[in-house]
Write a protein that binds this ligand. Structure first.
Ligand SMILES: Nc1ncnc2c1ncn2[C@@H]1O[C@H](COP(=O)(O)OP(=O)(O)OP(=O)(O)O)[C@@H](O)[C@H]1O
Length: 314
């Protein structure tokens, strides 16, 4: 378990992490999301004792990282996959880490196998691809068979097979009762990997909830309605909490009414429906709406929104 209380980090006048509270529970995969510069790496570094909080605290399995006698068996982390001695072989790199923690050669062989590095274990790490480097970083994180795993962008550079492997690996580790905390910018991957999501924006926690709740909460339910009588249906649906958008001729998108109520209304008014589909937003859409005000580096894109209620009624 990871527990942060009032965790704060300032660099001069810049507040990177602004007094956040959160708990990362064991037995599930918790995804850590946020725009560039939101404070994810700083938070992860403070968890690992690599950065000292300006105020507040963060503990792993009940203690600050530095106070654990055998930290590698408590917490395994992948923070920067490139931070390895490039002249060594993968095996020697892992043996060197293992030796300083009283971990035997057998465990080194085990993690090499778990991460699929058997065929390249004797090769110099300097010649590794980005994906192989990621696997080696994950192997190092697993060396101490830790109860808590912290993985910063673990799928970065992996091919689809590698991405699937990480997904199954972290789900399996969580199912064993471990705490798994991972960051990723790949929203579609996070949606199928994480059980719970923590979103940070400008150093503050802006969401801390199960994936399903984040998607449902941020999107509201949209219903897609295809009808040759779009104008009349839009008129009937009119109400203070209902927004109707005309996507294209004969296709409406409705927010604020359920598919059932739209169907009943259409039947009452004798309107023909060709399609009535509830559409749940993606995690990506939910994330974008949650973080819209917290993006430090905003790009400007042309407006592509559909027409409004007024136009739909025409
Ligand atoms: N050593 C430092 N000195 C000064 N400012 C820093 C330092 N490290 C981070 N920051 C600032 O703190 C803020 C948070 O940075 P951090 O790297 O934690 O964000 P992040 O969420 O990991 O971003 P990214 O997704 O881009 O990796 C940023 O505005 C960053 O510029």
């Amino acid at each position: 378990m990871i527990e942060a209380r009032g965790l704060t980090k300032r660099y001069g006048k810049k507040t990177a992490v602004g007094g956040i509270d959160f708990t990362v529970e064991p037995g599930r995969v918790t995804g850590f999301l946020g725009p560039n510069g939101a404070g994810k790496s700083t938070t992860m570094r403070m968890i690992m004792g690599l950065d000292r909080p300006t105020s507040g605290s963060v503990t792993v399995n009940g203690k600050p990282y530095a106070q654990h006698r055998s930290p590698l068996t408590e917490v395994g982390a992948l923070l920067d996959a490139k931070a390895v001695h490039t002249g060594r072989s993968a095996t020697n790199h892992l043996r060197a880490i293992a030796a300083t923690h009283g971990i035997g050669k057998r465990r080194v062989a085990e993690v090499i196998e778990m991460t699929g590095l058997q065929h390249v274990a004797g090769k110099r790490v300097g010649g590794f691809s980005l994906g192989m480097g990621q696997r080696l970083g994950i192997a190092a994180a697993l060396l101490g068979d830790p109860r808590t795993l912290i993985l910063d962008e673990p799928v970065n550079g992996l091919d689809p097979e590698g991405v699937l492997w990480v997904r199954n690996l972290v789900k399996g580790l969580a199912a064993e009762g471990r705490t798994v905390f991972l960051s990723s910018h790949l929203m579609s991957e996070m949606a199928v990997t994480a059980d719970h999501i923590l979103v940070i924006g400008r150093g503050r926690i802006i969401a801390d909830a199960p994936v399903a709740d984040i998607v449902a909460g941020a999107s509201g339910t949209r219903v897609r309605v295809r009808t040759p009588q779009a104008g009349r249906l839009a008129e009937s649906l009119q109400g203070p909490d209902v927004t109707v958008t005309s996507v294209e001729s004969g296709l409406l998108e409705v927010v604020g009414a359920t598919a059932a109520s739209i169907g009943e209304l259409a039947a009452r008014d004798g309107l023909v429906l060709h399609e009535l589909t509830p559409v749940s937003a993606s995690l990506e859409a939910a994330y974008m709406s949650l973080t819209a005000d917290d993006v430090e580096y905003q790009s400007v894109t042309p407006a592509t929104a559909g027409t409004t209620t007024q136009e739909a009624r025409r």
